[in-house]
Write a protein that binds this ligand. Structure first.
Ligand code: KIV
Length: 286
């Protein structure tokens, strides 16, 4: 499979006959290789890194340097998918200059484009990044970087007025040049409404089936994050239990002396055993 281009992603609307886009997060080379082999279209090196990999309680704890470090790991796997560098909290809030500089840091680390959270307030930043020839993905609805303002991870746009203003925000992001927009944590009808109203693909997470694509956090979908399961997550694996099982069996084999076995050692030859004074030990390896 070949990596899709940004213009190809931009024109992927289900209503025009395109297949839904598939996006997952990934934060390191092995997961990027898995995502690539599975044929996903887009890999997001998300600021969810903070919670699912680095053990923080929210996404506000990661910096541009943290995201760049993990973008570089994903890029080294050379996946057949578009790599999106997520712009963390405070990397696009202070000034347009700082925003462009931080976006460039993620591109130089290996991202093909960046994503940032927020609506109209972010338009000058989005336009400046676009003017620097960097493709931008928007993100509206439940935006985790605003969780203190929103009062937690709460479903957004439950009222008609809020739903209309979400559609207006998405239109503004489209006009500012976003090639795609993530819509997170909204009722299904609102996900479908914004998808209908916007001409670039809407990628949903907890936004119902009426979007142009879906994204999930890698650790949620493989079952490696097993502490909390948001309603919109479908677990496709039992990675946490599988890994506990592997390490438990390793520990048991080490403790019983069963590991390492005959096939798992570099056998010393006779010359070495003789030179070391270890006569009459084991047979040599061929
Ligand atoms: O950081 C992330 O994982 C995200 C997704 C939830 C879209 O932004």
């Amino acid at each position: 499979m070949k990596r899709p281009s940004i213009p190809a992603i931009r024109s992927s609307k289900v209503r025009d006959g395109s297949e839904p886009l598939v996006m997952v997060t990934a934060y390191d080379a092995p997961s990027a290789r898995v995502a690539s082999e599975a044929g996903v279209d887009l890999i997001l090196v998300g600021d969810s890194l903070a919670m699912v990999v680095l053990g923080y309680d929210d996404t506000m704890q990661v910096t541009t340097e943290d995201i760049a470090h993990h973008v570089a790991a994903v890029a080294r796997a050379n996946p057949d998918a578009v790599i999106i560098g997520d712009m963390p909290w405070m990397s696009f809030h202070v000034s347009v200059e700082e925003t462009v500089h931080n976006a460039a840091t993620l591109i130089r680390a290996g991202a093909h484009c960046v994503k940032l959270e927020g609506g109209r307030k972010r338009l000058p930043m989005i336009e400046a990044i676009r003017a620097a020839e960097i493709p931008v993905m928007g993100h509206v609805g439940l935006t985790p970087q605003s969780m203190n303002v929103m009062g937690g991870f709460k479903v957004q746009a439950r009222q008609a007025a809020a739903a209309r203003s979400l559609v207006d925000a998405a239109k503004a992001l489209e006009s500012a040049g976003c090639f795609s927009i993530v819509v997170e944590g909204v009722p299904d009808a609102v996900g479908a409404m914004v998808t209908e109203a916007i001409n670039v693909p809407i990628i949903g997470i907890g936004a119902g089936p009426g979007c142009d694509g879906q994204v999930l956090v890698y650790h949620d979908l493989i079952g490696l994050e097993n502490r909390f399961k948001p309603k919109f997550v479908r677990r496709y694996g039992t990675a946490y239990e599988d890994q506990v099982d592997s390490l438990t069996r390793f520990a048991a084999d080490v403790r019983s002396g069963d590991f390492p076995g005959e096939d798992e050692i570099y056998r010393a030859n006779d010359d070495l055993t003789e030179a070391l004074g270890l006569y009459g030990s084991q047979p040599t390896e061929d």
